[in-house]
Design a protein around this ligand. Structure first.
Ligand code: NAD
Ligand code: UDP
Length: 330
């Protein structure tokens, strides 16, 4: 049993990871400033696991508070989700993204160094691969940012690598998420972003619940079997369990792992799978390609299987059913 601090713990992936950690016998402590989430998530997590986790309201850039939390709660390891994640917003306001994402990481590592906590798992992204030359993309592929959001993720990884090279005793892991979708099967926690969503599944859910018009399918002339772009969608509970596996497989220095399924699904395939899994029709229309989108992104998943003993098991149908259950209840 370990005591784990989850920064951004009331967010989409953080809340599901809190459930997975509690179910594996660990003690999650959540820290958030509610920039993109609600405090009520804590009770929803508690209703699933039987005990509401401790919640600390704080900003990830507040190093002194972070150090106090690490000490007071006797934290063994940190999972760092807190950050800003909208690519278009990062183009419009790069300073805010570097401030929260990179400034937050600097404050966190400073507090960890000060208090002697040396284990960190960081929410990185497949965006660090830019447009990969070979697919499926593995962890040895060259990295490169194609937008400010990606630049902040890469900068955080580079800082972790520099720190691990400078001092012995650190165990720093970057988990490069592919496309997380779905929700806890209870339907009581899920993806509930503030403002207008940017990702396919939350946009699709707005369409089918009548909160927006037809789903725009961005591009039907890619070099893919049906012309629409292909991504590696992963159920958020599989992703959450990937964090538990990473925490339970200690190592040394800096390591990066892909968390995906290894299987690609096109936009049209996902839309049809949603209709089939839920019986709910998805009104849709063709739209131009979205600038900056890569045609295909699929994870090589062998490293996580070998070194963490983890692999994703849930299907696209489960991702759609669970995402719909949460959306239709909320
Ligand atoms: P989310 O927005 O639901 O969760 C992030 C949480 O961080 C939110 O609860 C938000 O309130 C909190 N937060 C933001 N700024 C903060 C600050 N200054 N201080 C404290 N808390 C703050 O997003 P998510 O989808 O759960 O993503 C979690 C992490 O995973 C992020 O770092 C994101 O970049 C990364 N990631 C997400 C995806 C995805 O598609 N969802 C893909 C790859 C990587
Ligand atoms: N997409 C789409 N319509 C939308 C939102 C997304 O066709 O309204 C497509 C997008 O072009 C991409 C895929 O869905 O090919 C996944 O997009 P998302 O933003 O969810 O993830 P990412 O671009 O980060 O892979």
């Amino acid at each position: 049993m370990a005591r784990i601090l989850l920064t951004g713990g009331t967010g989409f992936i953080g809340s599901h990871t809190a459930v997975a950690l509690a179910e594996a016998g660990h003690v999650p402590v959540l820290l958030d400033n509610f920039a993109n989430s609600e405090p009520s998530v804590v009770e929803a997590v508690g209703a699933i696991t039987g005990a509401s986790p401790t919640l600390v309201e704080a900003d990830i850039r507040d190093r002194d508070t972070l150090a106090a939390v690490l000490r007071d709660h006797k934290i063994d390891a940190v999972v760092h989700f807190a950050g800003l994640k909208a690519v278009a917003q990062s183009v419009a306001d790069p300073v805010a993204y570097w401030d929260v994402n990179v400034g937050g990481m600097i404050a966190l590592l400073g507090a960890m160094r000060e208090t002697g906590c040396r284990r960190l798992i960081f929410s990185s992204s497949a965006t660090v691969y830019g447009e990969p030359a070979a697919l499926p993309v593995d962890e040895t592929a060259p990295t490169g940012a194609i937008n400010p959001y990606g630049a902040t993720k890469l900068a955080c990884e580079q800082l972790m690598e520099n720190l691990a090279a400078s001092e012995a005793g650190w165990d720093l892991v970057a988990l490069r998420y592919f496309n997380p979708v779905g929700a806890h099967p209870s339907g009581s926690i899920g993806e509930a972003p503030r403002g207008s969503p940017n990702n396919l599944m939350p946009i699709l859910l707005e369409t089918v619940t009548g909160r927006r018009g037809p789903l725009s399918i961005f591009g039907d002339d890619y070099d893919t079997p049906d012309g629409t772009a292909v991504r590696d969608y992963i159920h958020v509970m599989d992703l959450a369990e990937g964090h538990v596996a990473a925490l339970e497989a200690p190592g040394e220095g800096f390591r990066a792992f892909n968390l995906g399924t290894g299987r690609g699904t096109s936009v049209l395939e996902l839309v049809r799978a949603f209709e089939q899994a839920t019986g709910v029709p998805v009104p849709r229309e063709k739209a131009p390609r979205r600038p900056g989108d890569v045609p295909v992104l699929e994870a090589a998943v062998g490293k996580a299987e070998r070194e963490l003993g983890w692999r994703a098991t849930r299907s696209i149908a489960e991702m759609c059913r669970d995402a719909w259950r949460f959306a239709s209840r909320n």
